[in-house]
Design a protein around this ligand. Structure first.
Ligand SMILES: CC(=O)[C@@H](O)[C@H](O)COP(=O)(O)O
Ligand SMILES: NCC(=O)COP(=O)(O)O
Length: 243
């Protein structure tokens, strides 16, 4: 079994480009759920470049599956999460000037803050995941910070230009997943996953869930949102079955 978290950020990116009321990320989330998404992921960035506070609030009321709210490690975001009450929070690093999330959260560097935030959110009944690179020391720090879930950053694997580099990244992710599973983590993965590169990641038996947005929303322009979700899920299941 492998779950698909559909990230609907880039439906909001299109809306924000014109300041219109459409396309609606909430409608996209509901369509994705009907098409087989197991959960909905959204990233409320500090600069509000795509998802807005109102999207998060309304979405929480209408989702039938569960909400995985990605957010930076700030007091403002913690207060937001406590007010909205998503099922899951994924702590991610953020830089204002970045095009997209460039790497995992450095749990070692921000250890005290990660530990304290994890405790506050966990005490409120929110499951906390930490978005990290496939690195043993970061996995151990996530354990020490009290997290039960990690999401392995697959961006470097997705961006690899050569087979050797891609295979090395895949091995790194696989080894990290095996190590984290021995430590008792629930292991998710995501970033930059597409219809062309998802199967080898889905084949890693220790991975419970993949969060996929940009490629899926892009594909939906041509085949429609339900078909884009169904195709992605079918590939994930094939990958898991070794097909
Ligand atoms: C943390 C993560 O991987 C997603 O939130 C992704 O980053 C969304 O897209 P943007 O990076 O463009 O906000
Ligand atoms: N955490 C990764 C995510 O939600 C989706 O990332 P992407 O597929 O938009 O790169």
């Amino acid at each position: 079994m492998i779950f698909l978290g559909v990230n609907i950020d880039h439906v909001a990116t299109l809306r924000q480009a014109r300041g219109t009321r459409y396309p609606s990320p909430i409608e996209a989330a509901l369509v994705a759920e009907s098409a087989g998404a197991d959960l909905i992921t959204l990233h409320l960035r500090e600069d509000r470049r795509h998802i807005q506070d109102e999207d998060v609030r309304v979405m929480k009321q209408v989702l039938k599956t569960r909400m995985n709210l990605e957010m930076a490690l700030t007091q403002e975001m913690v207060e937001n999460a406590l007010a909205v009450g998503p099922e899951d929070v994924c702590l991610v690093p953020e830089k204002r000037e970045e095009l997209t999330t460039e790497g995992g959260l450095d749990v070692i560097r921000y250890f005290d803050s990660v530990r304290d935030t994890t405790k506050v959110l966990s005490d409120a009944g929110i499951r906390v995941s930490i978005f990290i690179d496939a690195d043993k020391a970061q996995i151990e720090a996530a354990r020490d910070a009290g997290a039960g879930v990690i999401e392995l950053h697959t961006g470097r694997y997705a961006d690899a230009h050569h087979a050797l580099e891609r295979d090395a990244e895949l091995t790194r992710i696989r080894d990290a997943a095996v190590y984290a599973s021995h430590l008792g983590f629930v292991i998710n993965a995501g970033h930059g996953l597409s219809y062309h590169n998802v199967k080898p990641i889905a084949a890693i038996a220790e991975i419970a869930e993949l969060n996929i947005g940009h490629a899926l929303v892009s594909h939906a322009l041509f085949v429609g949102f339900p078909a884009a979700v169904r195709e992605m899920k079918a590939l994930m299941v094939e990958g898991r079955q070794g097909l």
